[in-house]
Design a protein around this ligand. Structure first.
Ligand code: AMP
Ligand code: MG
Length: 335
C-alpha cells in the first residue's frame, strides 16, 4: 500500500465520511522540528479555523517552555542550574518532568529524560556527519552525567534540581506528545465535532460521542513510503519512534537518534515502536521506551502500564503486537 502525501510515521488516511453540513479545516505548519498537521471539523468554518489557530499556538507555547534548544525555555534554565541550584518551574513543566520520571521508573531506565549529555555528544543534528562515532572514553564521561534518579523534584517548592554538574534534561521524547495533548484540548470546544492533531507521527484524535472514527496508517519502517497497516481510532493517541527518522551513517553503518541510556549508544534491535494510549505524552514516552527495550523486555514492563498497547517491528522485520492491539490492527494488503 502506498502512503499518500508526506511520510510522517503515521498519517490520517481519511475521516470515515464527513457529516453533511460539516466543514473540514486542515492546516500544516513546521513546529517543534516537525510538520504538525491539524484537521478539524464543525459546522461553522470560521469557528473551526479559530480553534485550529489556537491549537497551533498551544504547540508553539509548549515548545517555548520545554525545548532544550531554546536558551530562554524553562528546560534550559533547569539545565543551567545543574549541580548548582534548584530551579522554580511552572506547574506545567513540573508536571511533564514528574510524569517523564515515572515512565523512567516503569521502564527500568530505558526511557530517560536526562540523556541530554549523550545526545550532545552524538550530535545527530550536526551539519556534518562525524568521521567516527564517539570513543568509549567520551561515552563513559557522558554516561556519568546521565541518570533520571539524579533529578530532584521538590513538590512543595515547585522546583527541579539536576543534582550533578553537567546534567542536561532533554524532553524530546515526551514534549511533542504533551503539545499534541494541549492542542487537542484547545480544539475540544463547542462547535468542533472531530479533530486530529499529527505532529510528525505522534498524533491524537478527538471525536464527539456518535461521531465518525479516524482511520490512520502506520508507516512501514523498512519502506517509509509504504504502509505497514492501518487502524481506526476515536479519543486516543498513537505515537511512533523510529531510528530512520533522524541519525547519520558512518562507514556504511546507521546510527539513529534514540539512545539506550544503559550503553550510551543508539538502541539496537528495533526498527520502529508504536504505542497507543489515551494521552499523547504517554504514547510518545512509551514509544521511545519500547524502541529501546524491544518486545521481549518491553511487554514485561508494559504490564505495569495499564491502558498502553503497542506494536514493535524488530530488525528482522517481525511484527510484535500486544494482545489489546492485535485485533484492531489491519496489516496492509501487500504484506
Ligand atoms: P522520539 O522520537 O519520541 O522517540 O524521541 C527521540 C528524542 O528523545 C531524541 O531525539 C532525544 O532528544 C530523546 N531521547 C533519545 N533517547 C532517549 C531515551 N532513551 N529516553 C528518553 N529520551 C530519549
Ligand atoms: Mg517518544
Amino acid at each position: 500500500m502506498k502512503l499518500p502525501g508526506t511520510a510522517l510515521g503515521v498519517c490520517a488516511l481519511m475521516g470515515l465520511g464527513l457529516g453533511c453540513s460539516s466543514t473540514q479545516v486542515r492546516q500544516a505548519e513546521t513546529l517543534m522540528g516537525t510538520v504538525v498537521e491539524i484537521t478539524a471539523e464543525g459546522r461553522d468554518a470560521d469557528l473551526v479555523q479559530a480553534r485550529v489557530a489556537a491549537a497551533l499556538a498551544e504547540i508553539q507555547r509548549v515548545d517555548r517552555l520545554m525545548s532544550h534548544y531554546r536558551e530562554d525555555s524553562e528546560v534550559s534554565r533547569i539545565n543551567r542550574g545543574a549541580g548548582k541550584a534548584a530551579v522554580p518551574v511552572s506547574p506545567e513543566v513540573w508536571e511533564v518532568i514528574t510524569r517523564a520520571l515515572e515512565i523512567s521508573r516503569l521502564s527500568a531506565g530505558a526511557f530517560d529524560p536526562t540523556v541530554g549529555p549523550l545526545e550532545e555528544l552524538w550530535n545527530f543534528s550536526a551539519a556534518e556527519t562525524p568521521a567516527e562515532p564517539p570513543t568509549a572514553e567520551a561515552l563513559s564521561r557522558a554516561l556519568a552525567q546521565v541518570g533520571w534518579q539524579k533529578v530532584k523534584v521538590d513538590t512543595a517548592a515547585g522546583t527541579v534540581f539536576l543534582s550533578q554538574p553537567g546534567m542536561r534534561l532533554d524532553l524530546g521524547a515526551v514534549a511533542k506528545g504533551w503539545a499534541v495533548d494541549r492542542a487537542i484540548l484547545a480544539l475540544k470546544t463547542p462547535g468542533v465535532e472531530r479533530a486530529l492533531v499529527n505532529a510528525g507521527g505522534d498524533l491524537r484524535a478527538f471525536v464527539r460521542p456518535g461521531g465518525k472514527r479516524w482511520r490512520i496508517g502506520l508507516q512501514d519502517p523498512r519502506r517509509p513510503d509504504s504502509l505497514l497497516g492501518e487502524m481506526e481510532i476515536e479519543n486516543e493517541a498513537v505515537a511512533t519512534s523510529g531510528q530512520y527518522q533522524r541519525g547519520f551513517q558512518i562507514n556504511g553503518r546507521w546510527f539513529g537518534h534514540i539512545l539506550d541510556p544503559r550503553t550510551g549508544r543508539p538502541a539496537e534491535g528495533t526498527l520502529s515502536a508504536t504505542a497507543v494510549a489515551e494521552e499523547c505524552w504517554k504514547a510518545d514516552a512509551w514509544a521511545t521506551a519500547l524502541f529501546v527495550l524491544g518486545p521481549e523486555q518491553g511487554w514485561k514492563v508494559l504490564s505495569a502500564a495499564p491502558g498502553v498497547e503497542a506494536l514493535v517491528v524488530s530488525t528482522d522485520g517481525q511484527r510484535h503486537l500486544t494482545t489489546g492491539l492485535a485485533p484492531r490492527f489491519r496489516p496492509a494488503s501487500a504484506e
